[in-house]
Ligand binder design. Structure first.
Ligand code: IZC
Ligand code: ZN
Length: 432
C-alpha cells in the first residue's frame, strides 16, 4: 500500500542524484551522483521521508517514528546488504503503444534495405500504422502492458509514450487514451506526447501539406482539449516532415499548451537541432547527424539532448556525438526509443552500456542521463529522477556493489528490487 512505511538500510553505495531538480546537469555536473556510502532511505505515504547515511536516517526515524521502529512489524525493512541503491530509471522517449511487430525488417536491412526506403515503400512506420489501426483499445492495452512489465523489471519507473501510429484523428486519440489508461492501471507512470506528425499516412501521399493542416487544425486542438498529452513531437526527416512543416506544427502545438519535442537529425542532417533551439523545445532527440552549429544552438537555448544509441546500434548507423555535446554544455539524457522498427528493447541498461562504450560517456554520466536529466526532458524533475525528501519513492536496489559495475557486468539485468511510489513491485528480479 502506498501509505506503508518502508526503510532500505545498509546500501553500500547510495546514489541520490540530489541537487538538480531545478535544472538538468551539464558538463562536469553529470559526473556527480550524490554518492553516500553506507546509506539508507525511509519512505512514507509513497514519498521519500529521509535519505542519507544510515546514522542520519536512523536519527530522523527515531524522532518521527519513535525509537521502537526497528522492531515494528508494520514497517517493511529491506536490508541492501552492501548493494547499490539508486533512483528508478526514467525513459524520456518511447513509442510504447503500437500493434504488431516488424522483425522481418531486420533481415531486409541486413540485406541492404535502408530504413527510409522501407518507409517510402509503405513499410516501417506505415506497417505499424496498419497494425495499430486494426487493433482495438483492449488489444493495444494487452500488447503495451507486456512492454511496461519489461520496463518495470528493468528498473524503469517512468516512461514517456508517443502516439504516431494512428495518423487519423480517431486512431491517434485511441493510442493516447490507451497510454492514459496504462498510466492509471500499471505501476509505471506514463507521460504522453502527441506525435500525429510521425509519418505521412497513405491517404495523404503526395499531399503532405494537407496532412500538416489536418494535424494543426483538427488533431492538436482536440488532443489538447481532452488533456491527452503534455508534449507535441514531429519526425523532422528527409521524406517525412520538412523543417518548415515541423516548425508550423510545433508552433501550433505551443498555442494549445503542448511543449515541443523534435525527432531531429536522425538519418539526414536537416537542421533539426537548430529548429529545436528556435522553437524552445524541451528536448531534441536522436541527433546522430547534428551540426556543430546545431549543438551550440541547443546549449545556448538549454535544449536537452535525448540520445538513443539503441537506434544507432539497431540501424547500424553512426552514434551521436555525445562527448561534443557534453563539452559544449548541452544537458544529455538517454532513452530506449522503444519502438517496433529501429529500437525494439526495454533495457535502458543496454542503452547505457552502448552510450558508455560507443559514445564514450562515463559510467556516472550515463546514470545521470537516465535519471535526473531524463526526468527534466519530460518536465518531471520535481517529482522523480533523484532521491530527495518529498519526491516520489521510486528506487532500485541493484545486484551490484558499486556504480561502475553496472556498465561492466553487461547484457544481464542486475535489477534486484524495484520500489515504485513506495511499494515493492519487483523483488529478487521477479514481479511480486
Ligand atoms: O516505428 O520506426 N524513427 N520513428 C522515427 C521511429 C524510428 C519508429 C519506427
Ligand atoms: Zn522516436
Amino acid at each position: 500500500m502506498a501509505q506503508k512505511r518502508v526503510v532500505i538500510k545498509r546500501a553500500g553505495q547510495l546514489l541520490t542524484l540530489a541537487g538538480a531538480s531545478k535544472a538538468p546537469k551539464r558538463k562536469e555536473e553529470m559526473n556527480e551522483l550524490g554518492l553516500i556510502e553506507n546509506g539508507a532511505v525511509a519512505i512514507e505515504g509513497g514519498r521519500i521521508l529521509a535519505v542519507g547515511t544510515q546514522a542520519d536516517v536512523e536519527g530522523v526515524l527515531d524522532q518521527q517514528w519513535g525509537s521502537q521502529w526497528h522492531t515494528d512489524e508494520e514497517i517493511e525493512q529491506i536490508d541492501a546488504d552492501g548493494r547499490l541503491v539508486m533512483p528508478g530509471l526514467v525513459d524520456p522517449h518511447t513509442h510504447l503503444v503500437f500493434g504488431g511487430t516488424r522483425e522481418y525488417e531486420l533481415e531486409m536491412r541486413l540485406n541492404g534495405a535502408k530504413y527510409l526506403d522501407i518507409l517510402a515503400a509503405g513499410g516501417g512506420i506505415l506497417a505499424s500504422t496498419r497494425m495499430t489501426r486494426a487493433a482495438s483499445e483492449e488489444d493495444l492495452i494487452e500488447q503495451s502492458t507486456k512492454r511496461l512489465d519489461q520496463f518495470l523489471k528493468h528498473g524503469v519507473t517512468t516512461v514517456e509514450a508517443k502516439s504516431g501510429y494512428g495518423l487519423t484523428l480517431e486512431d491517434e486519440l485511441k493510442q493516447l487514451r490507451v497510454a492514459k489508461r496504462l498510466g492509471e492501471q500499471h505501476p509505471v507512470d506514463v507521460i504522453s506526447t502527441f506525435m500525429g506528425a510521425h509519418a505521412i499516412p497513405p491517404e495523404y501521399k503526395g499531399r503532405s501539406n494537407d496532412y500538416v493542416d489536418l494535424v494543426i487544425e483538427e488533431m492538436l486542438p482536440i488532443v489538447a482539449g481532452e488533456n491527452l498529452a503534455s508534449f507535441c513531437d514531429v519526425f523532422c526527416e528527409e521524406g517525412v516532415f520538412t523543417i518548415e512543416q515541423s516548425e508550423r506544427i510545433l508552433e501550433a502545438g505551443k498555442k494549445v499548451g503542448l511543449t515541443p519535442k523534435v525527432h531531429a537529425d536522425e538519418i539526414v542532417a536537416l537542421g533539426g537541432a537548430e529548429l529545436a533551439a528556435r522553437v524552445g523545445a524541451i528536448s531534441a532527440d536522436h541527433l546522430l547527424r547534428s551540426s556543430d552549429e546545431g549543438i551550440v544552438a541547443m546549449a545556448e537555448a538549454g535544449v536537452i539532448a535525448v540520445l538513443l544509441p539503441g537506434t544507432a546500434f539497431f540501424l547500424m548507423a553512426e552514434y551521436a556525438r555525445a562527448r561534443d555535446m557534453i563539452e559544449a554544455g548541452v544537458p544529455v539524457a538517454l532513452s530506449t526509443d522503444r519502438n517496433p522498427g529501429s529500437s525494439p528493447t526495454e533495457s535502458l541498461w543496454t542503452i547505457m552500456n552502448l552510450a558508455c562504450l560507443n559514445m564514450r560517456m562515463t559510467p556516472a554520466e550515463v546514470i545521470t542521463a537516465a535519471t535526473i536529466n531524463a526526468a527534466h526532458a519530460i518536465g518531471k524533475a520535481e517529482e522523480v529522477g533523484s532521491l530527495e525528501v518529498g519526491k516520489k519513492a521510486d528506487l532500485l536496489m541493484m545486484d551490484a556493489p558499486n556504480y561502475p559495475y553496472l556498465q561492466y557486468n553487461f547484457g544481464v539485468n542486475l535489477v534486484d528490487t524495484v520500489v515504485k511510489n513506495g511499494q515493492v513491485f519487483i523483488r529478487g528480479g521477479q514481479r511480486v
